[in-house]
Design a protein around this ligand. Sequence first.
Ligand code: CA
Length: 222
Amino acid sequence: MRILIVEDEKKVAGFIKKGLEEETYAVDVAYDGEDGLHMGVENQYDLIILDLMLPIIDGLNVLSRLRGKKVETPILLLTAKDSVEDKVTGLNSGADDYLTKPFAFSELLARIRVLLRRGKTETKTVLQIDGLSLDLVSHKVKRHDEEIELTGKEYSLLEYFMRNQGKVLTRTMIAEHVWDYNFDTFTNVIDVYVNHLRKKIDKGYPEKLLHTLRGVGYIMKE
Ligand code: CA
């Protein structure tokens, strides 16, 4: 899952980015509203964390312009002051949730998890496919009760596959949702990671879950 943070306070942005990366999210940061708007339109983010007080274009303006350009990514607003008016305006302009600064990082994480399953009827925190399970809270991955050790990136890749079971995922889609802005799409890094992941989840099991579609990409299905 790839997240954009639009926040001009470098310390706050850095703190959120570091924390989210530790949770295996791919994270980009924009330090003003103009960059934030541009990046939000150009890239396929799974979530945008948007501060309200921003230089060049303020947060509410970025929000309504993103929605005006049909960007439907869930947006979580950060407000410095506990102003009811700002929150109401934000929610009316198409934000999905808000958090007042300062906040506990655990609360931010909990809200992100809720927003990332928006639109889906499932409310469980464990993703499953044929005996393979991924716990979004504890980050434990198991196949038939056998725990599988994954690196942060492998976990993130598996989460993306499990959230999109039965869908063909191209390398571009994988790059956009699992890696951040600095990723060089001309390398074979994705194939290398998918092969590592496949060895860990499929090797030794008769039923394979991760399939290659030659010239197209990958698909996870039973
Ligand atoms: Ca700010």
